[in-house]
Design a protein around this ligand. Sequence first.
Ligand SMILES: [Zn+2]
Length: 200
Amino acid sequence: MASSTLTIPAPSGVNPINVIDITFSLANDLYFIPSCRTTPKLSLFIETLGAGQVAFSSNDEIRVNADYIQGFSGDLKKEITGILYHEVVHSWQWNGNEQAPMGLIEGIADFVRLKAGYAENWMQPGSGNKWDEGYQVTALFLDYCNGLRNGFMAELNKRMRAGYSDNFFFELLGKTVDQLWSEYMAKYKTIHIRLFQCSF
Ligand SMILES: [Zn+2]
C-alpha cells in the first residue's frame, strides 16, 4: 500500500485526487489494526449511468456517472473526492455477512466521508426519521455514537465481520439503538429550539 500512488486524473489546473489519503481515512475510521478485508484490486469507471444516478460500487468496481460530473456546478474536486470516499468504503467495510441493514452500510460509507471533511451542504444533525434510514441521516447518528465512545465505529465494523445484530449498539454503548436514536434526536431538538428562541 505504501509504495503505490494511484491517482485519479483531473482536468488541467486541478490537483489530482490521491487515493492513498482515502485509504488512510478508512484505516483510521474503520480499523484499529491493518487486518482488514482483503481487497486486491479496485477499479474506477467514469461512464454514463441511469438518469439521476450519482455513483455506485459493486464487486470492487466503482462507477461514477459522467453526466452527473458534467452537470455539477459546485466544487467538483471536493464532490468527486467525497463520492470516492463513500464508494471506496464499500470495498473495505464488513457487511455483517450480508445481514446488516442496507441503511447502516450506506451510513458507514458516509460516516467515513464525513470524518474526512467532505460533507458540504449536508443536512443538520438530528435530521431523519429512523436510525437506519441510510446515508447522511445514519452517518450523522453514527458520528453521535462515536462521540459517546471514541472508536465505536471501528468496534462496530469489527463485529460486523461475521454477522449482525442491533444488540451490538447495546454491547458497545450500554443502550439499545432505539434508545440512542431517541436521545440523539432529543439532543438536537433541544439545540434547535434554543437557537430559535435566541433569534428573538
Ligand atoms: Zn453506497
